[in-house]
Design a protein around this ligand. Sequence first.
Ligand code: FES
Ligand code: FES
Length: 164
Amino acid sequence: MEQHDINVIVNGQKLRRRVSARQHLIDFLRNELSLTGSHLGCEHGVCGACTIQVNGTAVRGCLMLAVQADGASVDTIEGLSDSGAIADLQDAFHKHNALQCGFCTPGMLATAAELVEQHPNADREEIRAHISGNYCRCTGYHAIVDAIATVLDARRKAAGGSGA
Ligand code: FES
Ligand code: FES
């Protein structure tokens, strides 16, 4: 099978690896790097369980090939968590009971992290639209929206905004 060398930064660590042309990024992360926090659900880009960040943008790890990550910076739930970047989101999910089985949670957090970074003024409708590609079978989404809205509000207040 055709192999390629890739240079990639994963959770802040520079790596050089040889990957097969057809290996998906999520399989590379889970199987080669043992970063199993990102889950694999549908494998067809539908459920969002495999959502990670590539160059700060939420992407489906099951739709991207590892070779396409050559030269990119990839952050998984492990990196986002260890860096403290999503500590407030994790705390809010916990406080608002926004997770039950937790299977969707890593992907949901990666998507929510993108939202709070890129759309700090998002309202509840925009939050719902942003997470609409991430399926959750347990929570009914209401608690997840509450958690994300709380974080957006707190970050706006911390940034000196009105928080309204
Ligand atoms: S596993 Fe990638 S979207 Fe479902
Ligand atoms: S918490 Fe179970 S799928 Fe979302």
